[in-house]
Design a protein around this ligand. Structure first.
Ligand SMILES: *Cc1c(COP(=O)(O)O)cnc(C)c1O
Length: 432
């Protein structure tokens, strides 16, 4: 492993900061320069990027956006980079699929699937946050990037760092799915498997980030990183013909994506890019790690940390950094939270695959499973329209489905055996 320990770059904000104004504490509103920092020194509140919306309004219109290439950077004025993005310029603009067959199965009038299972380059929504975090890291002069990850973030940081020529350290729980581990190692990243849960990985990374001068995308770079998630919401609105969906179902790990989809609807409303209509955002978790939805169901404003035990490893964060704010968004929009068991997660994966031909990872099974429950209970009315956010690809969590999807019919290579099989198992085959 080679790296420049403690060789902190300047960390100074460039004089030119694009459409960003400052980093601002979400609690007390104190402002900070646009450096690699993430907590308020006074009340330890999280910092968020503040923009100059008046200037953005004068620059950004539907026409301007439509003329730009189909990737997440077509909304660049609302993303936290000062100049041209340098990392992940092809990320985003994934399909919004009108899911009629799944709609019929779930009993809802209209349903869409936002399919980040085919995001570029590492097949999850994390490519959005990473392209922003690494582009900003390059602007701030960093040569080494790092992250604490439940798997997909590690894949994306490793891949995007490789293509940008950055040194890379990724920290993951040691017992992740093989697909996630190999998908980090292949890019030549330094992969550190921590013998513990994600929350312990995260705690260690906070220490390392303080000591080494690295850009930790979800620690000291978190204010920039998190903003990348808004692009999923921007795309949904544009792809729905510049409207806000009535209902959006989002799976939650830290809860950040859910809060940023909400922010994307607020920003497009504020800028006049969409009609400001009412929307509800619903949160989905796995029962084996459901601190946020458990609090939502109990009507609480705060969550109790848990020890995760679920096949949805990408969502297994027991102490979710944005859990408090995710609860606030659900409350403010009138959304609900719910959670599903491992069997229901697998059923959700299978439903989406059989109805729409989309193979999602376990997190997608959580989203579909929870949507099913919310529709069945009437919390999402049957005569309404909803968008499901599918955030990762099933090929990375094969273990979860192995042994649960039936078996191949193996025969010798001759017509007689095939026809024997057809006649023998006709009913079985046709049902499969
Ligand atoms: C990270 C991740 C999420 C959740 O992200 P948060 O913003 O931390 O809530 C959802 N789905 C997948 C597949 C992920 O990798």
């Amino acid at each position: 492993m080679s790296s420049q320990h403690s060789s902190s770059p300047s960390h100074g904000a460039t004089s030119h900061t694009g459409f960003m104004k400052a980093l601002k504490c979400r609690e007390c509103g104190r402002e900070y320069p646009l450096t690699a920092t993430h907590v308020c020194e006074f009340d330890f509140g999280p910092l968020e990027v503040a923009y100059d919306y008046d200037r953005i309004k004068r620059t950004l219109s539907r026409e301007v956006i439509c003329q730009r290439p189909q990737n997440m950077w077509r909304y660049r004025e609302l993303l936290p980079v000062a100049g041209e993005p340098t990392v992940g310029r092809q990320v985003g603009y994934t399909p919004l699929v009108k899911a009629d067959r799944l709609a019929r199965r779930l009993g809802i009038r209209e349903l869409y699937v936002k399919n980040d299972a085919v995001n570029y380059p590492t097949l999850s929504f994390k490519d959005r946050v990473v392209s922003v975090a690494l582009s900003r890291s390059v602007e701030l002069g960093f040569k080494t990037v790092a992250c604490a990850s439940t798997g997909n973030l590690a894949n994306s940081v490793a891949a995007n760092a490789a293509s940008a020529g950055l040194e890379c350290f990724v920290f993951i729980p040691h017992d992740l799915e093989q697909g996630k581990v190999i998908n980090s190692l292949v890019y030549g990243a330094n992969v550190i498997g921590i013998k513990g849960h994600y929350d312990e990985v995260n705690r260690l990374c906070a220490e390392i980030a303080g000591k080494y001068g690295w850009a930790f995308v979800n620690v000291n770079m978190r204010p920039y990183y998190a903003e990348g998630s808004k692009s999923m919401g921007f795309e949904i609105q544009e792809q729905l013909g510049w409207t806000i969906p009535e209902h959006t179902v989002v799976c939650m790990a830290s809860g950040s994506l859910l809060t940023k989809i909400h922010k994307s609807y607020q920003e497009f409303s504020k800028l006049g890019l969409v009609e400001p209509t009412k929307w509800k955002i619903h949160g989905a978790q796995a029962t084996g790690c459901s601190p946020i939805t458990t609090a939502q169901k109990a009507g609480l404003d705060f969550f109790k940390p848990v020890k995760p035990n679920t096949i949805a490893k990408s969502l297994a964060i027991g102490t979710p950094a944005d859990g408090f704010y995710a609860l606030k968004v659900m409350k403010e929009t009138g959304g609900y939270g719910d959670d599903v068991t491992d069997d229901e997660i697998r059923e959700g994966i299978q439903l989406l695959a059989e109805c729409e031909g989309i193979f999602a990872e376990t997190a997608g099974g959580v989203t579909v499973g929870v949507a099913k429950k919310l529709i069945a209970s009437g919390k999402i009315p049957k005569d309404s329209s909803a968008v499901l956010c599918i955030t990762g690809n099933g090929l990375k969590t094969i273990e979860a489905m192995a042994g649960h999807v039936g078996e191949t019919h193996d025969i010798r290579p001759n017509l007689r055996e095939f026809e024997a099989l057809l006649n023998q198992d006709k009913t079985q085959l046709l049902q499969a």
